[in-house]
Design a protein around this ligand. Structure first.
Ligand code: KIV
Length: 306
């Protein structure tokens, strides 16, 4: 029962974000916040912090599954993690990242896989990489009632075709091609576009030229919102840190320190103490010993109790 006086205003319940929420924030020029999450506890923390959208990114392949790039993660693995994320979130818009080869081969297969993110994993929308060549795929998925977020610039699933993890759009021609991609994706029905690793002036320019929100990652401060990989902001992935990632904590170091402290305490027989042990009532213990026919035994735990 609430202890608040009747007259005191109750805080407004936080609503569930939808694709419209992101559009409204853009119209009000309020920066949109987005982070990746891949599991239940992280999803709960991100949701509780009031982040607008959670992306179950295919960066999962690298930061959680230990692959060298994003190409190896499968649709079933993405769904497994997306389900955990949706169990941990109540408010954020949930976006499932279409993994490599789940949408490239043909639009009908793309629709089926996008549908699995909503039907099986509780996602609200999907994201896919690529510009103009994917407008038919975007159209087919949105026709099925599934909101699509585009992703252009550095598209990690094309790392081999791009010749590495390179900043995109640094020539006039490449910048023009990215603008054309953004316009084509907007026209095809995307509700938002991720702009990854491109010059900040181009990030701002594309944002001004389209009417749907842009979410930048290494695209400067002029986009409608920002996204980062959560392992990068928490200091949990040290194999590769892109220039655009900012570390807000060093949980990797805290994790190592805790593991080493546990190792040392167990090795020195300092853990567990009584504080972390269960007791048995005295008479039950005596009855147990009596049942063994030897009331003089104390048992091993008694001998080492600290
Ligand atoms: O997979 C991912 O985490 C992403 C973001 C980096 C945008 O696509």
């Amino acid at each position: 029962m609430s202890t608040r006086p009747e007259s005191e205003p109750q805080p407004a319940p936080r609503p569930k974000n939808t694709v419209l929420t992101l559009g409204e924030k853009r119209r009000r020029s309020e920066p949109i916040t987005m982070l990746t999450a891949y599991d239940y506890p992280t999803s709960r923390a991100v949701d509780a912090a009031g982040i607008d959208a959670i992306l179950v990114g295919d960066s999962l392949a690298m930061v959680v599954l230990g692959h060298p790039n994003t190409l190896s993660v499968t649709m079933d693995e993405m769904l497994h993690h997306a389900k955990a994320v949706s169990r941990g979130s109540q408010h954020a818009l949930l976006i499932g990242d279409m993994p490599f080869m789940s949408y490239q081969a043909d639009p009908a297969e793309a629709v089926r896989n996008a549908g699995r993110f909503l039907q099986e994993a509780g996602m609200d929308a999907v994201k896919l990489e690529g510009g103009t060549p994917y407008v038919d795929t975007v159209r087919a998925i949105t026709r099925a009632g599934i909101p699509v977020q585009g992703h252009i610039g550095l598209t990690p699933q094309s790392v081999n075709a791009l010749g590495g993890w390179r900043v995109q759009g640094r020539t006039a021609e490449a910048a023009r091609a990215l603008l054309d991609d953004a316009l084509a994706l907007e026209e095809a029905g995307c509700f938002s576009i991720v702009l990854e690793s491109l010059p900040y002036r181009l990030g701002s320019y594309i944002t001004e030229r389209i009417s749907i929100p842009t979410i930048g990652i290494g695209a400067g401060p002029g986009t409608s919102g920002q996204v980062l990989v959560i392992h990068d902001i928490l200091g949990l992935y040290d194999k590769f840190t892109p220039k655009f990632a900012k570390r807000y904590a060093d949980l990797g170091q805290a994790e190592s320190a805790a593991i080493e402290a546990y190792r040392d305490e167990v090795a020195a027989a300092l853990f567990p103490t009584r504080e972390h042990s269960y007791a048995i009532p005295e008479e039950q213990w005596n009855a147990f010993l009596a049942s063994l026919g030897n009331t003089r035994l104390t048992g091993p735990s008694e001998g080492k109790a600290r």
